[in-house]
Design a protein around this ligand. Sequence first.
Ligand SMILES: [Zn+2]
Length: 214
Amino acid sequence: MEIIKRHIPKRINNPEERMTPAGIILHYVGNPGTTAAANANYFHNVNARVSVNYVVDDREAIELIPPDMKSYGTKSGEYNGKYIQIEMCHPDKSGRISEATLENTVRLCRGLISRYGCRRVIRHYDATGKMCPLWYALHESEWEELKERILSGKDESMTKKPDNTPSEWAKEAVKWAVERGVLRGDENGNLRLSDAVTREEAVTFIYRCWQLIK
Ligand SMILES: [Zn+2]
């Protein structure tokens, strides 16, 4: 899964206030059928104190506010200033989260936990009683399973050493590709420069170059 950085500039819903993450709060977007990109646009433009650090859908995770900075996902200043907040997209109004979005959320959380040690994973519901994420506020045992899945799993990308230093001959190309988003790191910023490329990764690289010139 990829993490796209589309940071909200300093404004009403992003005070750029540093925090030490104590845990993670999961939310659902509450707007069925919308993508992470659409919700990211919303948070970039909304004129109210509402924001989260990440929005996740089947395809990607978008980082709106760095994980060590405050967001406004709940009505509680205490939680907002201590927890990394993640919103999950969902296909319908039941609020049930697709397996692909769950997997992306699990990976994102594992990456954040290995970086910050913030193992307290809670629902918005646990923080303030709001029915959010709706599906998990209503299905307690499924929530326990999801939490277990996040906390028990190994973060595979963390067991790999960062591989971000290109060989001399590839330096210029890697710099070019990273600056233009053609080559992006995984959830831990690991570019995996010496990993083999799959066919789907190969066409994704080509597609991104085509997007740049079209
Ligand atoms: Zn919420």
